[in-house]
Write a protein that binds this ligand. Structure first.
Ligand code: NAD
Length: 280
């Protein structure tokens, strides 16, 4: 990657209020890009942990501006296609054509298949699959017309494997890979690349929350991170249970750098070796 790969570029990131989305936003800001940031900024009734807030998104914006970035931000739910289209139009009017898009927003919704709440399925598929589709579909026309674009979608190590109580999440994350490869092939003649990052356990509020601890250790009254760390660690191959968001950010930047112009339709795991157990 060269130092000026991202200078003057316009980068759209969904789910930017916190976690990996914030880490990506600050890295692009540091590299001289302008940012179109969004987050739903509201909780989801079917999801048992708090999601990003207006204050979280405002803090990402503050930190990015402190690094010198121009930022356009809005509360947008990626599952709403009209809202995503409007967000892209407003972001482009404010900062110029979007060069890079990171479809990062997502939720975790674990539920056993016996008596699986329909609302969990609808929310997880709506945010993680339809939301990624809407993000790609809203930026692709402008990118194709301008003959340049770099899209990164966010799958998971569960996008190529399975686990109990993860029917909706795995369906969404396997789906992201198929959708990304199809669009990569379709856009290959338009100067637009589409690649996938597949994180393992990443240190964000999606993992570090009481709801997940209770789902993983229902035998304990008040499980803590220390109670689930060894179990989550077993998903990785290297002896580390959780990785910093910046590990994912480095790969997102790599996939959107000039030197990656001829990488498209690939899946890059950032998962401490979990992918050693999956097929090619
Ligand atoms: P996070 O919960 O900290 O951040 C996700 C952000 O997305 C939140 O701010 C949330 O409000 C937002 N969001 C959720 N649904 C949305 C929607 N429909 N519209 C707009 N915003 C929405 O978690 P994170 O770890 O930063 O997650 C980022 C991505 O990484 C997600 O797609 C997630 O599935 C994926 N992922 C996470 C892990 C992990 O271990 N943390 C592992 C593999 C994949």
């Amino acid at each position: 990657m060269s130092a000026d790969d991202f200078a003057g570029k316009v980068v759209l990131i969904t789910g930017a209020a916190r976690g990996q989305g914030r880490s990506h936003a600050l890295a692009y800001a540091r590299a001289g890009a302008s940012l179109v940031l969004s987050d739903r900024c509201s909780d989801a009734a079917a999801i048992g942990y708090p999601l990003g807030t207006e204050a979280d998104l405002a803090e990402t914006v503050r930190l990015a501006e402190e690094l010198g970035a121009k930022v356009f931000s809005a509360a947008v739910n990626t599952s709403d296609r009209e809202a995503m289209d409007a967000h892209v139009a407003e972001g482009e009017a404010a900062l110029g054509g979007i060069d890079i898009a990171v479809a990062n927003a997502g939720v975790s919704g674990m539920a056993p298949i016996i008596d699986h709440p329909q609302a969990v399925w609808d929310e997880v598929i709506g945010s993680n699959l339809t939301g990624v589709f809407n993000t790609i579909a809203s930026v692709a026309p402008g990118m194709a017309a301008r003959g340049y674009g770099r899209i990164v979608t966010v799958s998971s190590m569960l996008g190529r494997s399975s686990a109990p109580s993860q029917a909706a999440y795995t369906a969404s994350k396997w789906g992201v890979i198929g959708m990304s490869k199809s669009t990569a092939q379709e856009l290959a003649h338009s100067g637009v690349t589409v690649n996938v990052v597949a994180p393992g356990n990443i240190d964000t509020p999606m993992v570090k929350n009481d709801n997940l601890y209770r789902k993983i250790r229902p035998d304990l009254e008040s499980p803590t991170w220390e109670d689930i760390e060894p179990l989550l660690g077993m998903l990785h191959a290297q002896p580390i249970a959780i990785l910093p968001p910046e590990d994912v950010t480095r790969v997102v930047l790599f996939l959107t750098a000039e030197a990656s112009a001829h990488l498209t339709g690939i899946v890059v795991p950032v998962d401490a070796g979990a992918a050693t157990r999956t097929s090619a």
